[in-house]
Design a protein around this ligand. Sequence first.
Ligand code: PPE
Length: 307
Amino acid sequence: MGTDSKYIWMDGKLVEYQNATVHFLNTALHYGLGVFEGIRCYKANQGPAIFRLREHMDRLVDSAKVLGFRDLPYTAVDFCEAAKEVVRANGFQSCYIRPLIFLESPGLGLNMDVGSPRVGIAAWEWGAYLGDEAMEKGVRANVSSYTRHHINVSMTKAKITGNYSNSVMAKTESVRLGFDEAIMLDPQGYVAECTGENLFLVRKGVVHTPHTATILEGITRDSIITLARDLGYIVNEGLISRDQLYIADEIFVTGTAAEVVAVTELDFRVIGSGKMGAVTRQIQKAFHSVIQGEHPRSSEWLDYVNQ
Ligand code: PPE
């Protein structure tokens, strides 16, 4: 899947795609010293609209704080305006938006204060993250042999680029084993999240999801909790064990890139009926109606880029 576009916003101005480059000796490249976001813009009924833009940019600024950047040259409001500018400049109706704040310093070294943050925001047309059929058919997953971050080893509330080597190893292992996605357990052995999504299970009509202590506080996760409660479901945030997943009636994962996708098989065990369950389908439908601009929550969560 390509990342092509006409323009990328770099340090305050739009530059042509091929000119948005950094040097081989960039500190962030060597030590994983960056924070990023993943945001989607949808072709909604009144034009291109970015989903929960402000919440994503607030999380970007929070991630920068967690990593230890002291002075950012831009505010969350600036980032929101810049993201809209990138979508407009590229003429996209729907796309994925990737802001990244990364460290650039005069030499290599492990002290962040020697360098200063630089910022880029790219956008490209990104299709189905877990494959074209996943949205309808669901995916097959395994519990990863890799453990998710310990909360005082890597900072789980921040989208720090370096954190993602853990996700990349788990995802690659999973795909090499023939699965679509990996579910990761936290250092205590409880279910945490997937490599790029949060996770929910449904049992006896109640929706359960891991509490936020060890996971990324997904914005899709928050939206799904809200939509599920709007639909009248009880949603519990708590500890979930691996075998609770095996006996769930339904499992689904949520994320900006993945959206809402059922897990129909886990560790060679069929989950529920082996097809996307009724609760997942209802929640997925509500989510799609939100992003199309046709749901009561749409006005709260969509930011039209041309208005
Ligand atoms: N957990 C992780 C580890 C994660 O990376 C994501 C997003 C989520 C949960 C869900 O968060 P949210 O998007 O706010 O609902 N993963 C992003 C990056 C994926 C990538 O391959 O890069 C994304 O979906 O944009």
